[in-house]
Design a protein around this ligand. Structure first.
Ligand code: GCO
Ligand code: MG
Length: 404
């Protein structure tokens, strides 16, 4: 079965998504997500200018060989642009292979290891009463686990606390210049333990609570936060430091038993080597879309499993339904599944990308459609073209740029 066409579709049904559509001489098509928030067009060029010409004529069944030739053949390895492009090809080819077999993708990955996929949702509030209301709203949607983020006294805008559109999804900041958020680590460190205390007092000991520090702390600050959160037993503390410095986690780990999750900005297994082999973390966070696809993420999970580390796939709204679908198939199949982040998408996005996966009672299931189970409405996609939009930058009170 030969690849006869591959095209890149960019659409913005609320936020930007980049999708690769691969077509074979047998008429089968496959979709892959290549969305890299704020750098979308770099991946479009990488695909259109440098990858699509290589794909035409290849055997669509040779997924591993195609992956290796795109990764090794470019000479310039790794990096988010490269790995998002390779991910799109990989997922599109898995979609085609599963369609050719007449099976949902999870069946080709070993079949279901569980009946349904536990998720966590996001609760957020500018202050505590707003956060408590938001937790109640997530509970009423059935979420068994909830990430809590709040405004910090003295700061005007903070990570994870968004303005929302009518469909309750964060609206990305559009235009040529990113929004500037402000940051004060000491104010944050004073506030967050009080937030956990209040949420536990309101909702009791059983609710799984998560928190994302979004790479803002030094190792010793992260260690202190971990210690102070221990009495409230968080499910995990995410991205406590910028973990491209993997050795930093040795220091954090020495001081706290809080479970640690890391990896949404990582794109190869090499970013995890020390973290996994020294058992410095508990959950690996990479997304199918940013890690080169299902093929390498499956290998990462198998590697992590030898160290009792589980999956916690990144699932923000900037992963398209195509990327989410691939994640949900993998979640169902791997033994060391931990939890799946689930932000969902607005109604228009769900029309552009009609998907077979379902969300019921706080749990996802990939559905039984052959392939990954997503159909792209190309006319509707074309009616909502790319809009320039960037993630915020983060500055201290004196104007210094801080980690975001
Ligand atoms: C998360 C993430 C996201 C990222 C976003 C960047 O844990 O879901 O931190 O909120 O910031 O995906 O594009
Ligand atoms: Mg995160």
């Amino acid at each position: 079965m030969k690849i006869v066409d591959a095209k890149v579709v960019v659409t913005s049904p609320g936020r930007n998504f980049v999708t690769l559509k691969v077509t074979t001489d047998e008429g089968l098509t496959g979709l892959g997500d290549a969305t890299l928030n704020g750098r979308e067009l770099a991946v479009v060029s990488y695909l259109e200018d440098h990858v699509v010409p290589l794909l035409i004529g290849l055997d669509a069944h040779r997924i591993e060989d195609t992956w290796q030739s795109l990764y090794r053949g470019a000479y310039w390895r790794r990096g988010p642009v490269t790995m998002a492009a390779i991910a799109a090809v990989d997922v599109a080819l898995w979609d085609i292979k599963a369609k050719a077999a007449g099976l949902p993708l999870y069946q080709l990955l070993g079949g279901a290891s569980r009946d349904r996929i536990r998720t966590y949702g996001h609760a957020e509030g500018r202050d505590l009463p707003e956060l408590l209301d938001s937790v109640r709203a997530r509970l009423s949607q059935g979420f068994p686990a909830i990430r809590i983020q709040t405004g910090i006294p003295g700061l005007t805008s903070v990570y994870g606390v968004h303005t929302t559109d009518t469909d309750d999804k964060p609206v990305p900041h559009q235009g040529a210049q990113p929004l500037v958020e402000d940051w004060d680590t000491e104010a944050y460190l004073r506030h967050i333990p009080r937030v956990f205390e209040a949420v536990r007092a309101e909702f009791g000991p059983e609710l799984a609570l998560l928190h994302d520090a979004h790479h803002r702390l030094t190792p010793i600050q992260a260690a202190r936060l971990g210690q102070e959160l221990e009495p409230y037993r968080p499910f995990w503390l995410e991205d406590c430091t910028p973990a491209e410095n993997q050795e930093a986690l040795r220091l954090v780990r020495r001081h706290t038993t809080v479970q640690l999750a890391i990896g949404e900005v990582f794109n190869t297994v090499h970013d995890y080597q020390t973290l996994i082999t020294e058992q410095l973390i508990d959950y690996v966070r990479s997304a199918v879309t940013h890690f080169g696809g299902v093929t390498p993420l499956r290998k990462l999970f198998d590697f992590a499993a030898q160290y009792q580390i589980k999956s916690g796939i990144h699932g923000p709204e900037d992963i398209s339904p195509v990327g989410m679908a691939a994640a949900v198939h993998l979640d169902l199949a791997v033994h060391n599944f931990g939890i799946q982040e689930y932000s969902g998408h607005n109604a228009l996005t769900r029309e552009v990308f009609r998907h077979a996966y379902t969300f019921t009672d706080g749990h996802l299931h990939p559905g039984e459609a052959a392939g990954i189970g997503v159909e792209l409405d190309e006319d509707l996609a074309a009616a909502h073209p790319y809009r320039q939009a960037y993630l915020p930058v983060n500055r201290l009170h004196d104007g210094t740029v801080h980690d975001w």
